[in-house]
Each structure stands twice: as structure tokens, then as C-alpha cells.
Design a protein around this ligand. Structure first.
Ligand SMILES: [Zn+2]
Length: 278
């Protein structure tokens, strides 16, 4: 149904409202993942990779049914979700796509991290990271997110962590949704442990861009604008959305004409663009 938007429904919850909107204003802040909580206190965690797949495949309306409080991490990337969406196929609705057009630049900062969204006639994401581990180091990437760009360039990049973080998480009784090295790439100084090695030499920065697209998708419609993240994480991108929508005259809703619809993320995506991974 057009204008439905993206919703999650917890099929294991029957005594309370089980519908959770995929919207930035119901995000519960967490540095490691993005969790959504509805008014009844029902939550769904780690939504960012499935949201990235939804945005990157050009899905504007969906009901995602899930039988537990956490979206499966699978291989740590968005590829399994992209494959699932494309295999199932999409239905074109007899309605024009609505999107947000950024009219004014908005920036948020937190320590040495910044996130900016600026006017642009396409959806564009730039990201810069800087880690002490030589195996990650400094990485920068800039992508026009139109059409199959997300599927081709970003969808197979897996979440990553540092060995020091793993030790700390284990000490706190936490794991990154499973076993490190299976569904997360682990960096330890100049060493990388992941099955089959890296999928891209700059897999970390690509994954940060994937996360950014997923977190931005919580605006409720594609944001036609230029996002730049420097060391930014889920919390900062969520703050950026809150700031964007709270700033007078910074954004407006538009109805896309055919030309604009044709250059939105996921528009015209075909199966051949989806990466094959071992
Ligand atoms: Zn992620």
C-alpha cells in the first residue's frame, strides 16, 4: 500500500501492540546497533542492515514480520536481505514516490565525529574513518547511491570490530550478535580474522556507508541529499536526522517525478548487480 511506509511486526508478541514503525523518532540510542521501540515498549534491535537493504533495493513500503527482538545478523552484511528482497520480488504501486529534499546543510558533532547532510540532486554518501589498527587505518569513500550502487558496492560489506573491543564485550558478557570472525570481521593491529579474508580492501568504510544508508532510511522516505560522515556511528546519524527535521526550512517533502524516481537508490536494480560471495 502506498504511504504505508516501513513497519516491523513482532509475531511473538500477542498481549501488546506488536507494530513498530521504522522511524528515527522511536530509536533507542545504542552505540552498537539501532533499536526501535514502540509506545507499548515492544522493541526490535539491529535494524540497520535490513533497513539498508530495503533502502538500497528501492523498497518504500513493507511490513517486516519477525518472531523475536533482534534482526538476525546473518553474515554481518546486508547481502542476505538484498538477496531475499530480490528473490521475492517487488510490486510497483500506482503512486508516485515521495522523498525528502534537503534545502539547508545541517551538521552534528560528537567529540571528533561529525555527520552532515547537505543539498544535492542525488542521494550521495561520503564516509571517512581513521583507526589506529594498521589493518584498517584511514579509509575514505564517496558514492552516488543511485540505482544499483548500494547492491553492487556496499551490500556485501560486513560489520567489523577490533580485538580490544571483543575482549571488552566478552568481559561485559556481550558479543556482537554471535561469534566474532563468523558474522563480524575482527581487526587486531595489522591482522584480520574473518572467513575468506576481506571482501574488499576497504570493507570497513563500505560497511560504515551501509550503516549510514540504513540509519538514514529511518527518515521514513529517501533523503535526496549529500550525507558526509567522519568517524560517525549510529547515534550520531540518528541525531543528524533529529536535527534535520527540527531545523526550520532544512528539509521538505516532495513528490518525485519520473526522472528523480529513476535515480533513487534501488531504482532499476537487477539481479546481475548483486555480488557473489564465497
Ligand atoms: Zn553495521
Amino acid at each position: 500500500m502506498a504511504e504505508h511506509g516501513i513497519w516491523f511486526r513482532r509475531t511473538d508478541v500477542t498481549d501488546r501492540d506488536a507494530l513498530i514503525p521504522a522511524r528515527y523518532d522511536v530509536v533507542r540510542q545504542s552505540p552498537l546497533c539501532t533499536t526501535l521501540v514502540n509506545d507499548a515498549g515492544v522493541s526490535v534491535g539491529t535494524v540497520e542492515h535490513i533497513m539498508a537493504a530495503i533502502a538500497g533495493c528501492g523498497v518504500h513500503n513493507a511490513l517486516i514480520e519477525i518472531d523475536g527482538p533482534e534482526v538476525p545478523i546473518v553474515d554481518g552484511s546486508a547481502l542476505p536481505f538484498v538477496r531475499g528482497i530480490m528473490r521475492r520480488g517487488l510490486r510497483r504501486l500506482p503512486a508516485r514516490v515521495r522523498a525528502f529534499e534537503v534545502l539547508k546543510s545541517v551538521t552534528v558533532t560528537q567529540g571528533d565525529a561529525t555527520a552532515t547532510i547537505a543539498p544535492s540532486d542525488v542521494v550521495r554518501i561520503d564516509f571517512h574513518i581513521d583507526f589506529v589498527d594498521p589493518a584498517i587505518g584511514r579509509q575514505s569513500k564517496s558514492l552516488n547511491m543511485s540505482n544499483g550502487s548500494f547492491a553492487r558496492e556496499l551490500s556485501d560489506s560486513r560489520t567489523f570490530c577490533r580485538q580490544d573491543d571483543v575482549k571488552q564485550m566478552q568481559a561485559n558478557g556481550l558479543a556482537l550478535g554471535g561469534a566474532p570472525g563468523v558474522n563480524a570481521v575482527v581487526f587486531d593491529g595489522d591482522r584480520v580474522s574473518s572467513p575468506g579474508g576481506l571482501r574488499h580492501s576497504d570493507e570497513p568504510v563500505r560497511h560504515k556507508m551501509l550503516d549510514a544508508l540504513g540509519d538514514l532510511a529511518l527518515a521514513g522516505a529517501p533523503i535526496v541529499g549529500h550525507y558526509t560522515g567522519t568517524r560517525a556511528g549510529h547515534t550520531l546519524t540518528n541525531q543528524l536526522l533529529r536535527e534535520l527535521f527540527a531545523t526550520q526550512g532544512a528539509v521538505r517533502m516532495i513528490t518525485c517525478d519520473e526522472e528523480m524516481t529513476a535515480r533513487l537508490p534501488g531504482s532499476g536494480l537487477v539481479w546481475d548487480e548483486i555480488p557473489e560471495v564465497a
